[in-house]
Design a binder for this molecule. Structure first.
Ligand code: ADP
Length: 308
């Protein structure tokens, strides 16, 4: 039987429409439209495309595009000064530092300067720490949050499920593992030193692949009926391909995300959702219906947490 193909475009469109409605509600209630400051340093063509797509989606959702571009020869101090400026600006709800930055920029230092309440990528040490500690009110990384939304949308059971994450990056693998753990899955994380990747993956009811290697996962690594989520995206001779060899897996998996049109569209949708959440919290710290609907949880600060 052929897998159910997960339609990321459709789920992302739903999230984006909900965000647009939330933005309108915020503005109609006398608040400011959320402002997203994407920060691009240098002229990496792929990063330029990603940033352009984020800015377009932000405007389409009714948000204010506060993009900043620093030229290729910008030094670290100048980049740090920009982050400080955006951190202090009340019209900036969210700051997104586009990665990778040029080699002479210390991106980790810049990330840690972003106030956690404006960290719409969920990559600052504070938000990564909240996620690792299971504190629900921090902003979470967009791609793994998008994967969770897809799994939920398709009713894929996580409680007690065997979940295997391939990849341990700070951007995808590690936060993904924490999110699955939070939902009571039994989580295993594989990486480049895993001895028998195929055997571990074959245990998975839910297999999330984010290794950055085209076609890494084939039929031998998939348990029949598993939900297979492919985070990889590569430009091959025959168009875009993922980390999963979709052709060999399609008749085996229970669910499969296509590339493109699976996880990809969710990343920007969750960025918009985080930006709205950040704006609502900054403007109405007492919480409101918009925020509760967005996050699906009352964002009561954790006792150990300073939401300043
Ligand atoms: P991403 O941006 O998708 O998170 P990265 O390139 O930052 O991707 O990280 C790739 C991750 O994939 C690393 O954690 C690495 O250990 C893992 N990985 C690379 N090769 C393999 C492999 N052959 N088997 C399993 N995991 C791998």
């Amino acid at each position: 039987m052929s897998a159910i193909v997960i339609d990321g475009k459709q789920v992302a469109a739903k999230v984006r429409a909900e965000v647009a409605a939330g933005v309108a509600e915020l503005s109609d209630g006398g608040g400011n439209a959320p402002g997203l400051a994407t920060v691009l340093i240098g002229n990496d063509p792929a990063s330029e495309v990603y940033v352009r797509n984020k800015r377009r989606a932000c405007v389409a959702a009714g948000m204010t595009d506060l993009h900043r571009h620093l030229p290729e020869n910008t030094d670290h101090a100048q980049a740090a000064a920009l982050i400080d400026e955006l951190a202090a600006d009340p019209l900036v709800s969210g700051i997104l530092l586009q990665l990778p930055t040029p080699p002479y920029i210390r991106s980790h230092e810049l990330l840690s300067m972003i106030p956690h309440r404006k960290d719409v990528d969920g990559l600052t040490p504070v938000n990564a720490g909240y996620l690792a500690q299971g504190v629900s009110s921090g902003l979470r990384p967009c791609t793994p949050s998008g994967v969770m939304m897809l799994l939920d949308h398709y009713g894929i059971e996580l409680e007690g499920a065997e979940a295997v994450v391939v990849g341990r990056s700070s951007l995808v693998g590690k936060p993904m593992a924490h999110l699955l753990l939070e939902r009571n899955a039994t989580v295993t994380v594989c990486h480049s030193r895993t001895i028998d990747l195929v055997a571990v993956c074959r245990r998975a009811d839910v297999l999330v692949v984010a290794a950055g290697i085209p076609g890494l996962i084939g039929a031998d690594a998939v348990k029949p009926g598993a939900a297979v989520i492919d985070v990889g995206i590569h430009r091959g001779k025959e168009g875009l391909v993922g980390d999963v060899d979709a052709q060999s897996v399609i008749d085996l998996a229970g669910h499969l995300t296509p590339v493109p049109g699976g996880v990809g569209p969710m990343t920007i949708a969750m960025l918009l959702s985080n930006t709205l959440t950040a704006a609502v919290r900054q403007q109405a710290p007492e919480e409101g219906p918009v925020l509760n609907r967005l996050t699906g949880r009352a964002a009561v600060p954790h006792p150990n947490e300073e939401m300043k």
